[in-house]
Structures are given as structure tokens and as C-alpha cells.
Ligand binder design. Structure first.
Ligand SMILES: NC(=O)C1=CN([C@@H]2O[C@H](COP(=O)(O)OP(=O)(O)OC[C@H]3O[C@@H](n4cnc5c(N)ncnc54)[C@H](O)[C@@H]3O)[C@@H](O)[C@H]2O)C=CC1
Ligand SMILES: O=P(O)(O)OC[C@H]1O[C@](O)(CO)[C@@H](O)[C@@H]1O
Length: 382
């Protein structure tokens, strides 16, 4: 079985690509980073440091790489059985025209073998969003063929993989936590369901997507934003700060109450899930900067993401949300010289003030209590 993975970054090399290669798939990475492409094609292997309660160094072998721009990647799309991505939410739209070209070629070559495409991004149904971008790039005829032969499979992906700090400056080395979870929607596949150890199949994906988004991502983001305000550099230092931890745990409990109500999760099992995540944030072997985890605050403050989406759930069910509000207020204070979204947020706040800025970014109702509460919390921090 042949696979093509877009994005040979942290999650690409440290999680999804590793699982595919370990399962014996003939794997090619597609990327725009020439240093990474050259290193992969020179060595065809790289090391993954797995750090946590147990530590090991795994070698991923027999991998190739191709530029994601040009004819070679198009030719591969026409041949492979599985395409995965871990490029970041905003890049999905950019790779869609290439995918469309490859699918056109596949059709022209009369390759009717099933192909499945899985976006592995921190997004709610990211593959479905990619599907819409691909559809826009194709004629109606081509799209009808694609709908028959290509499965667009949504997934939830969970493994903390910060940028590696290789002592040898190896551009391929990657450090990952022990925990990993990749859950895919089995109802969306074309052809036989794949058997890839580490890939779990479900027919109830949204429960898993929201469980991960509302817990790991919500908690992580609030740890980052409150951590930065308290002067901490890393997620570990931030979560070991009792004041930060209390709000983070409280926010995960608030979003957890939404999940319990919406999906019927068992309260004690969900409490154990929260506890495990707090332990993952404390991992002493990962140096994960609050700036990385808080990156792109406009995306993280948007209506469908980890802060506002669970807040909307608490409003829907009439549940408490004081800690989620504190997290949103802290996110509005996020700063980073490197991050264009942080600069944009700062400008928006300066131009429009916190109430209008929050409404614009989050889509929340300007007259809602939640906005009033968040602005009050924002001003209290200021
Ligand atoms: N790092 C983590 O712990 C986790 C990340 N994620 C998600 O995985 C996705 C990737 O994140 P990371 O691996 O951390 O980012 P990363 O920045 O390490 O990797 C992204 C890779 O995509 C490549 N890329 C950019 N434009 C491209 C294009 N047009 N074609 C092909 N490749 C392109 C970059 O060169 C880079 O190698 C994001 O959606 C993130 O939210 C999800 C779970 C965990
Ligand atoms: O990758 P994003 O969406 O910017 O957010 C950072 C998040 O991604 C992860 O790295 C993986 O889920 C988390 O550690 C963190 O919550």
C-alpha cells in the first residue's frame, strides 16, 4: 500500500508518518521545506525520541520525500492509496489545487482504485473543509468521479510534539510524548477499511473530536495564555503554578460538563481523562513553549475553536463558565513578536476596544452576558 503525507513537520514525522511507515506502507512525505526534503531523500530514515514514563528512540525507515509543488507530487496523488496531511489549518486551502490536479490525472489514467484522504489537523472536521476546497478546484464531471472513488475521512489527532531541540542539529529528529491517539471516521472511507496499528476507527467521531478539542486543546491554550501572563516560558512551568492550574482544571471541568451533557460521557471516566491531560502538560522531558501553544490567537478565539466553542456549549445548557471566560480574557492579552495573528489582535484591541474586538474575532453576540463577563475579566487583567 502506498501513502503520501503532506507536511513533514512535527506531527508529520513524529506521529502520522511514523505510524504509516511502521505499518509497512510505502511512504512519501510532501513538503515545501527543502532542507527537510533533502535530508529525507539522502537518508530515507530519521529518529523519533519518545519521552515520558518510558523512553525510547525509534527509527523510522524506508521513507522518501517530494516537493509539494510541481509534477512529481501530482503523479504520486494519481497512484497512492492513502493521502494524509499535517500542514496546519491555513495550508489546507493551499494544497487543494495540487490535490485536484492529482485527482484529475488519476481519473485520466483510469485509476479507479479507492483513495482515502485524511487531514490530521487541530480542526473540527478538517478533511471535510479540505474536501470543499478540492471541489472548488474541479469541474462538475471530475467531481462526480472523485465522489465515487475518493473518501474524505475526518479525524481527531492527539499527540504533543513540540519543535525538537536536537543536540546534533538534525533537521529530521523529533521528540514526542508517549501518549498518542488518532481517531478516524470509519463511515467516510472508500473501499476496505485500512488496518494501521495506532489508527482507531469510530462511527461517532464528533464525540471524540469535541472531547479532545474541549479538554486537551482548551486546557493547553489556557495554560499557555495564563502562563504567559504569569511570566512562565513553558507549559510545564505554567501548569505547576497553582493559580494557573486551578483555572485550567476548572475550565476543563466546565467544558467537560458540556461533553457529559451532550454525549453522555461517564463523569468519573472524564475526570480521569482530565487528570491524565494535566499530567501530560507536566511532562518534564518536553520543552513546550507557551508561545507555541498559544500561537495564532485569532484562530483559537474563533467561534468553532477550543475557547469559544465550549463556552457556547455552557451557554446552551445553562452551565457555569467562569474559568473559560478567564481563559478567553487571557487569550486576548497574548503577545508574540513572531506571530502575525498576535499583532493583528493587538491592533484590533487598540482600534476597537475589547468588546468590539472580541465580538469580531469570536462571533459572540455583542450584547451577551458572556461578552460582558469576558471584557470585565480582560480589564481586570490589564
Ligand atoms: N505539534 C503537535 O503537537 C500537534 C499538531 N497538530 C496539528 O498538526 C498540524 C501540523 O502541526 P505541526 O506538525 O506542529 O506543524 P509544523 O510546522 O511542525 O509542520 C507543518 C509542516 O507543513 C509544511 N508545509 C507548509 N506548507 C506546506 C505545503 N504547501 N505543502 C506541504 N507541506 C507544507 C511545513 O514546511 C512543515 O514541515 C497542525 O494542524 C496542528 O494543529 C495536532 C496535534 C498535535
Ligand atoms: O497546533 P495548534 O492548533 O496551534 O495548537 C497547539 C495545540 O496543538 C498541540 O500541539 C497538539 O494537539 C497541542 O499541544 C496544542 O493544544
Amino acid at each position: 500500500m502506498k501513502a503520501l503525507h503532506f507536511g513533514a513537520g512535527n506531527i508529520g514525522r513524529g506521529f502520522i508518518g511514523k505510524l504509516l511507515a511502521d505499518a509497512g506502507l510505502q511512504l512519501t512525505f510532501a513538503d515545501v521545506n527543502q532542507v527537510v526534503l533533502d535530508a529525507l531523500n539522502a537518508r530515507h530514515s530519521y529518529q523519533v525520541h519518545v519521552v515520558g514514563e518510558q523512553q525510547q528512540i525509534d527509527t523510522v525507515s524506508n521513507v522518501n520525500a517530494v516537493s509539494s509543488i510541481g509534477d512529481d507530487v501530482v503523479a504520486l496523488i494519481a497512484q497512492v492509496d492513502l493521502i494524509t496531511t499535517a500542514v496546519g489549518p491555513v495550508v489546507l486551502e493551499r494544497i487543494a489545487p495540487t490535490l485536484a490536479k492529482g485527482l484529475e490525472l488519476r481519473r485520466a489514467n483510469a485509476n479507479d482504485a479507492p483513495l482515502n484522504i485524511i487531514a490530521c489537523e487541530n480542526m473540527v472536521r478538517g478533511t471535510s473543509q479540505l474536501k470543499e476546497h478540492v471541489k472548488k478546484a474541479l469541474s462538475a464531471e471530475a467531481w462526480a468521479w472523485v465522489e465515487q472513488h475518493v473518501g474524505f475521512v475526518d479525524s481527531a489527532v492527539d499527540r504533543i510534539v513540540p519543535p525538537s531541540e536536537s543536540a546534533t542539529n538534525d533537521p529530521l529528529e523529533v521528540t514526542v510524548e508517549t501518549f498518542s491517539e488518532w481517531i478516524v471516521d470509519k463511515t467516510q472511507f472508500k473501499g476496505e477499511l485500512p488496518n494501521i496499528p495506532g489508527m482507531e476507527l469510530t462511527d461517532n467521531l464528533m464525540a471524540f473530536v469535541e472531547r479532545k478539542l474541549f479538554t486537551l486543546n482548551t486546557g493547553h491554550a489556557i495554560t499557555a495564555y495564563l502562563g504567559q501572563l504569569a511570566g512562565h516560558q513553558t507549559i510545564r512551568d505554567a501548569i505547576l503554578d497553582e493559580k494557573v492550574r486551578a483555572v485550567v482544571k476548572g475550565a476543563m471541568e466546565e467544558s467537560g460538563a458540556v461533553l457529559i451533557k451532550r454525549y453522555g460521557f461517564e463523569a468519573d471516566k472524564h475526570a480521569a481523562y482530565i487528570k491524565k491531560i494535566l499530567g501530560r502538560f507536566e511532562n518534564p522531558y518536553l520543552k513546550d513553549d507557551v508561545e507555541r501553544v498559544g500561537r495564532q490567537p485569532l484562530r483559537k478565539l474563533s467561534a468553532g475553536d477550543r475557547l469559544v466553542k465550549p463556552l457556547l456549549g455552557t451557554i446552551e445548557y445553562g452551565l457555569p463558565h467562569v474559568n473559560l471566560i478567564k481563559g478567553i480574557a487571557a487569550a486576548m492579552h497574548y503577545h508574540s513578536e513572531q506571530d502575525p495573528q498576535a499583532q493583528e489582535l493587538k491592533q484590533l484591541l487598540a482600534d476597537k476596544g475589547p468588546q468590539a474586538a472580541l465580538v469580531e474575532v469570536s462571533g459572540l453576540d455583542a450584547n451577551s452576558e458572556a461578552v460582558t463577563e469576558a471584557v470585565k475579566a480582560y480589564n481586570a487583567i490589564a
